[in-house]
Structures are given as C-alpha cells and as structure tokens.
Ligand binder design. Structure first.
Ligand code: PLP
Length: 379
C-alpha cells in the first residue's frame, strides 16, 4: 500500500494535509509510516466514542453478517430500534433517516414547508447547515453561497443572540426557524439561552416550526445528549448526523410528536436512509452515551478550556463541553499544521479559530499530552 495518497485524482474540494491515516484506536490515529497522532478533531465531531469503539464496532460487525440493505418499502430491526431509542431520548418523536447532516437539514426544510404550507426559512448569519442546495441556502456565510446562486428562495437571516434582529424576520410566512444551538463551522459561537427562548416564543406566536441543527453539537458533544437539553428550550424538530454512528454515514430528522404533521408516503425518501449496518452502530452509540459519560464530557471540557485560556496567543475560548473554538491572535491554519507536525490533529473553524473536538472518551493522560503540544504551538 502506498504511504501517501496525496496525488490521487480527487476533485479539488478540500485543502488536505499531506497525511494518509491508515488506522485508529481510541484517540490515536496512525499514518502510513507508522507515526501516531493524538486526535483532537475526531473527524470533526464524528468519532465521538473514539476510533474502533467496541460497542458500535461489534454491533456493525454483527449486522454485516446478517443483512446490509433492504428497501425503505420494508422494515429492518436496527432502523426501528434506532427510531425508538431516539424518540425516547427526545421525549416522543418520529424519525426520518438519511446519510448526512445536509440531507437531514434538507428533510427538515421540506418537512417545515409541507407541515405549514409556507415557504419562508429563517436562519442565522454565520450558520452552517450543509452544502446541498437547500442547506446551503440556509447557510449564513456569503462566501460559501455566492458561487452557487441562485439558491432556494425565501430565506432570511438574523444575527445570533440578537433577539430584535430575529423578531424582524419571523412572520406569518415563516415555515421554520433553523439554527444551531452552538454554531460549529462558523467559529464555535453558542446561542444564549434567552435567544433560544425568544426563537421558541416567535415560532409559537407565528405558527412556525423551531428546528435545531444538532448535526455537530448534538449527541453528547456539548455535555448533554441533545444540546438543547442544557439550554432549556425544546425544539419542534432536531437534525442529527456526524457522531450518530461513530463514523458510519447516517443522518436523522427527529420531529416531535407534538409538532404538526408533515410528510405522507411519497413526499420524501432516501435509498440508503436507515441502512441497517449504520443504524445498528448508531443504536450502540446512543446506548453508550450514559449520564456518566456526559458528565465526564463537561468535566474534560472545563479542564481543556481552563488550560487553553491561559496561553499567550489565545484571545478567547468559546463553546460547550468538548466542542471548543480557540480564537488565536494569528491565522489558525498554520497553527493547525504545526500541531499536526508535532503529532496532534486539530481543526479550524474560521480564519483565526482552532476547532477542538476530541473523542468524548479521550483520557486525562491523552489530554495532558495533547495540551503539552498545543502549549508549545500557542506559546
Ligand atoms: N449542520 C452542521 C451544524 C454541520 O456542522 C454540518 C457539517 O459540518 C452539516 C450540517 C452538514 O453535514 P454533512 O457534511 O454531513 O452534510
């Protein structure tokens, strides 16, 4: 096997580092030359339980031996079980399964339009909801949108944590308010509880659905199973993906049983949605996210934050749990490259922000080792 795949004929969509990872275990990644790295990115908040976690691994392996795929015209046990587990965590919801975060948000936008008979979408500046045309239309980052206009119409943007600006754009034509309880890609900016409460109030007052995109901040990442649980505002629907199957592709739209009905057969679908192998792994993930594990995410997040905040070139540390954005006084990409050189994988989220999203299972020793290296890089 070649050690580096850096000349493979891939379209130019990512600025990839010149490293080819060949295996992973827990919070350690190994490259083709046998060098180990501490993984503080976890595939951008995907490998929440760490690489090769025994629970989803065993569940996926067992399912691979049984059945890989049937059409969504029939039932499979893992899909039904995952819907049950997620409904229980949400407090009564029905699921639509797909393959990614973008697809989960597409489903949410279609659901909201169908359920309300309206077309308006309210989203936030600086948000990120995905790269497909509908999700991109609701993504409040002009540089990502501009090359692909015209996008889905009737989207209006408000400013995060500015209740007046939100009130200005929600009206009787609004099908849904879509927002991330903690913005990830846009630089790691948490929504204030009073802002979420205002979004709930406005959605109720105008008959719109409140949809939380928890693709990045959900599934234990911020220290509660759903990010909204720690912020006291329950949405009508939530989208999930990334960490749901610890690295196998799966996305989900959960709609509260109390929300207006939207979809009927034929309205929406996905050939691979609810894939039994991915769903079997996802069931194991959901069952592994215990209260004890979630409390440990909060503890480790606080520890990491306190240590990073002290570093001379750090301007601010934002986020919740183990979704942290470290704003620095210089451009972040070269800092991430230096960390990689020294054996720590870390991401970026915006020009001056390092994104730190380790596996939720990272040990204190591993955090210490990674911090020692980040302390050199951010000295
Ligand atoms: N929503 C949020 C909050 C995300 O962070 C992402 C991806 O980073 C997406 C949606 C899109 O997910 P995907 O890349 O799986 O389509």
């Amino acid at each position: 096997m070649s050690v580096t795949a850096s000349h493979a004929p891939l379209l130019d969509t990512y600025a990839r580092a010149d490293v080819t990872f060949v295996s992973g275990e827990g919070s350690t990644l190994t490259d083709g030359e046998g060098r180990d790295y501490l993984d503080l990115l976890a595939g951008i908040a995907v490998v929440g339980l760490g690489h090769k976690h025994p629970a989803p691994l065993a569940a996926a392996q067992a399912q691979l031996e049984r059945i890989w795929h049937v059409s969504n015209l029939y039932w499979t046990e893992p899909m039904a079980r995952l819907a049950d587990l997620l409904s229980e965590r949400f407090g009564g919801a029905h699921a639509f399964f797909c393959n990614s975060g973008s697809e989960a948000n597409e489903a949410a936008l279609k659901y909201a339009r169908k359920a309300t008979g309206r077309t308006g979408i309210v989203a936030l500046e600086n948000s990120f909801h995905g790269r497909t045309m509908g999700a991109l239309a609701a993504t409040g980052q002009p540089s990502k949108r501009a090359p692909f206009a015209p996008l889905v119409p009737d989207v209006r943007f408000a400013k995060l944590n500015d209740t007046g600006s939100l009130a200005d754009v929600v009206d009787e034509g609004t099908a849904c308010i879509l927002l991330e309880p903690v913005q990830g890609e846009g630089g790691v900016h948490p929504a204030a509880p009073h802002f979420l409460a205002k979004a709930r109030e406005l959605a109720d007052a105008h008959g719109a659905l409140l949809v939380f995109d928890e693709v990045q901040c959900g599934l234990g990442r911020t220290g509660s199973f759903f990010a909204w649980q720690a912020r006291g505002v329950k949405p009508d629907a939530v989208t999930l993906a990334k960490a749901l199957a610890n690295g196998l592709p799966v996305g989900a739209l959960l709609v509260s049983d109390a929300a207006p009905h939207g979809f009927a057969p034929g309205d929406h679908g996905s050939t691979f949605g609810g894939n039994p192998v991915a769903c079997a792994a996802a069931c194991a993930v959901v069952e592994t996210l215990t209260d004890e594990l979630l409390a440990d995410v909060v503890r480790k997040g606080a520890l990491l934050r306190a240590r990073l905040e002290r570093l001379p070139s750090v301007v601010e540390v934002r986020g919740a749990g183990l979704l942290l954005g470290v704003e620095t006084d210089s451009v972040a990409a070269p800092l991430a490259a230096q960390a990689l050189e020294r054996g720590v994988v870390v991401g970026t989220a915006g020009e001056r922000v390092l994104r730190v999203t380790p596996p939720l299972t990272i040990t204190d020793d591993e955090l210490e080792q990674a911090l020692a290296i980040l302390e050199e890089v951010l000295a």
